[in-house]
Design a protein around this ligand. Structure first.
Ligand code: CP
Ligand code: NVA
Length: 329
C-alpha cells in the first residue's frame, strides 16, 4: 500500500508504522540530494507555519525555518505567546489552526503537544518534549544510513547515559520500529519507564528488533553506533550533582569506543554537548565539580568516529521531509 502522511501529526514515532518511517527517511535522503543539486520544487509554497518554543533551541528552530524557506513556506517564530498564561491550550490551538497550515511545538509536557494536536485541526509536529524528540530520531537514522554501510535493521545502536530522557525513549522507539538492535547502557535508576520498554518489546516481536538494557559499559561490544546525550535535560537543572555522580562512569571515552572492537563505529549526539569548557554552563560545572567534560570527551567528539555535524545538518533535511509529507503539495 502506498504511504500517505498528508494531514498527520508527528507527536511520537510510536504512532508511525515502519513503512511510514521508511517513507520519511527516503524522502529526507531525496530532498538532501535535491538541495545539493540546487533543485527546489517549492513543495510548501503558499503554506504558513508557526514555531512555538517554550524551551531554547538552535538546531530545531533553524531546521524548521530553513526547511520551510527552501520549500517556499512562510514562518512565524513564537516564544512569548499567551498560551497557558492568559489563554488555554485549546483556545490557542484553535486560533493558530485558523492561521497556519502546520504547528511545531517544543516544550515540557507531552500532553501539551497532544492537546494542540487535538484542537488545532492542522498537523502538529513535536519539536521536543520531556518525553520524546521524534524529529531528532529521523535525523539520527538518516545519519546512520549515510555512515553505517548495512541495512538499518542490521545495525546495533547503543545509547549510553540518561536512558529515561526524551532521547533514550525516542531512540528505543525508533529502533524497535525499524527492527534494529538497541542496547541502553545506564545505571538502573536511569532505565526508561518499564511500561514503555514493555510496549516496545511488543513492537520488537513484530519487527525483529532487539531491545535490551545493561548497567555494564562492556555491552558496547560490536556496536555500529554509540549515542549519548546531555546528563541533565532542559528543565532538570537541579539534578546536576546527582547525575554527575551517577553518569561519570558512563562518559563516552576513546576507551569505550575501542571496547566496541569495531573500527568503523560512529559516534552520535543530538547536541548541544558538554565536551569542553567553551560554554557558560560547562564552566559553572567545572567550578562546582571540577570536571572539564561531561557525557563525551573532547577527544571522541572531535575524532574520526564523530558524525555529529552531519547529524545536525540532517535535522534540516528530515524536518523538511516531515513537513513535505504532512502538508506539502
Ligand atoms: N538537537 C536539538 O534538538 O538541538 P536544539 O536544542 O538546538 O534544537
Ligand atoms: N535531552 C536533551 C535533548 C536536547 C536536544 C534535552 O531535553 O535537553
Amino acid at each position: 500500500m502506498p504511504v500517505n502522511l498528508k494531514g498527520r501529526h508527528l507527536l511520537t514515532l510510536k504512532d508511525f508504522t515502519p513503512e511510514e518511517i521508511r517513507y520519511m527517511l527516503d524522502l529526507a535522503h531525496e530532498l538532501k540530494t535535491k538541495k545539493r543539486l540546487g533543485i527546489r520544487n517549492k513543495m510548501l509554497e503558499g503554506k504558513n507555519i508557526v514555531l512555538l518554543f517554550d524551551k531554547t533551541s538552535t538546531r530545531t528552530r533553524c531546521a524548521f525555518e530553513v526547511a520551510a524557506f527552501d520549500e517556499g513556506a512562510q514562518v512565524t517564530f513564537l516564544s512569548n505567546s499567551q498560551m497557558g498564561k492568559k489563554e488555554s491550550l485549546e483556545d490557542t490551538a484553535k486560533v493558530l489552526g485558523r492561521f497556519y497550515d502546520g504547528i511545531e511545538y517544543r516544550g515540557f509536557k507531552q500532553e501539551v503537544v497532544e492537546l494542540l494536536a487535538k484542537h488545532a485541526g492542522v498537523p502538529v509536529w513535536n519539536g521536543l518534549t520531556d518525553m520524546y524528540h521524534p524529529t531528532q530520531i529521523l535525523a539520527d537514522f538518516m545519519t546512520i544510513e549515510e555512515h553505517v554501510h548495512k541495512p538499518i535493521n542490521k545495525v546495533k545502536l547503543v545509547y549510553v547515559g540518561d536512558a529515561r530522557n526524551n532521547m533514550g525513549n525516542s531512540l528505543m522507539i525508533g529502533a524497535a520500529k525499524m527492527g534494529m538492535t538497541f542496547v541502553g547502557i545506564a545505571p538502573k535508576s536511569l532505565f526508561p519507564d518499564p511500561a514503555l520498554v514493555a510496549e516496545m518489546q511488543e513492537v520488537a516481536k513484530e519487527t525483529g528488533a532487539s531491545i535490551s538494557f545493561s548497567e555494564d559499559i562492556a555491552a558496547v561490544e560490536s556496536a555500529d553506533a554509540i549515542y549519548t546525550d546531555v546528563w541533565v535535560s532542559m528543565g532538570e537543572e537541579a539534578q546536576f550533582e546527582e547525575r554527575i555522580r551517577l553518569l561519570t562512569p558512563y562518559r563516552v571515552t576513546m576507551d569505550m569506543m575501542k571496547m566496541t572492537h569495531n573500527d568503523n563505529v560512529i559516534f552520535l549526539h543530538c547536541l548541544p554537548s558538554f565536551h569542553d569548557l567553551e560554554t557558560s554552563v560547562g564552566r559553572d560545572i567545572y567550578e562546582k565539580f571540577g570536571i572539564t567534560e561531561m557525557e563525551v570527551t573532547d577527544e571522541v567528539f572531535r575524532s574520526k568516529y564523530s558524525k555529529v555535524f552531519d547529524e545536525a545538518e540532517n535535522r534540516m533535511h528530515t524536518i523538511k521531509a516531515v513537513m513535505v509529507a504532512t502538508i506539502g503539495r
